[in-house]
Design a protein around this ligand. Structure first.
Ligand SMILES: Nc1ncnc2c1ncn2[C@@H]1O[C@H](COP(=O)(O)OP(=O)(O)OP(=O)(O)O)[C@@H](O)[C@H]1O
Ligand SMILES: [Mg+2]
Length: 213
């Protein structure tokens, strides 16, 4: 086997369970960074097409979506699609670095550089979490039980903490976005971790049976 094929074989394997969150994050982020540019572009378009086949993007719905950092799966085609489908778009902005708090703001077409150098919306209208119908969220690792780990600051967990333990919830539907290679056999969930209702990768829409979105 050539080394290129070996590397490919390694990165398509589902990572085994691990309780060491920071080691797991490092491993998963390395996998994500190793994805080539053309593969990234294809994945971003495939993701948008897969989501278009669900009934999530309906006119008048409020959609929370992140602007991807270079190593994350690009959400630009999905954002454009949601706008074409008549959805209202809201983007997250860090409102307190000290308390790791973020809030969604209606996207008015303006983008500025926010905390940690993350592009953030310029819009003035802030939405509370329950006003959003669907939130597409980034993640570093996921399992098919809907558990996720993010970048390790707890921004998303804090923002949607109201969802923990709710059996009958209304909004928002939480949808994780990831590359297939970010799948882990099983992830440990802490009490504060908010599970997602679905995960979409470049190949698959994983609906989590518990919440039946
Ligand atoms: N609702 C909460 N209230 C207080 N602290 C929280 C809450 N949610 C998470 N935290 C704290 O935030 C820190 C990071 O949490 P965690 O490792 O789960 O982040 P993450 O899930 O990777 O990040 P993110 O939610 O931004 O994707 C932990 O120390 C955790 O205790
Ligand atoms: Mg968490």
């Amino acid at each position: 086997m050539t080394s290129a094929i070996k590397a490919q074989a390694l990165t398509t394997e589902i990572l085994p369970a691990s309780s060491d969150r920071s080691a797991l994050r490092r491993q998963l982020r390395a996998r994500r960074r190793a994805i080539a540019g053309r593969t990234r572009e294809l994945a971003a378009h495939r993701l948008a097409r897969l989501i278009d086949r669900t009934r999530w993007l309906r006119p008048g719905r409020s959609i929370g979506i992140y602007l991807a950092m270079p190593e994350e799966l690009d959400t630009a085609p999905l954002l454009q699609l949601a706008r074409r489908r008549g959805c209202t778009i809201a983007l997250p902005r860090i409102v307190s670095k000290r308390h790791s708090r973020m809030r969604f703001f209606e996207f008015d077409g303006r983008i500025s550089r926010g905390a940690f150098g993350i592009p953030a919306p310029g819009g003035k209208r802030g939405l509370c979490a329950r006003e959003l119908d669907i939130v597409f969220m980034p993640l570093v690792g996921f399992d098919t039980g809907g558990n996720r780990i993010g970048m390790g600051k707890g921004f998303y967990d804090r923002c949607f903490a109201h969802r923990i333990g709710l059996r009958h919830w209304r909004r928002p539907l939480l949808v994780g976005i990831a590359y297939d290679v970010q799948q882990v056999a099983s992830l440990p969930a802490a009490k504060h971790d908010v599970p997602v209702d679905a995960i979409v990768t470049e190949s698959t829409v994983h609906r989590i049976p518990r919440s039946n979105p």
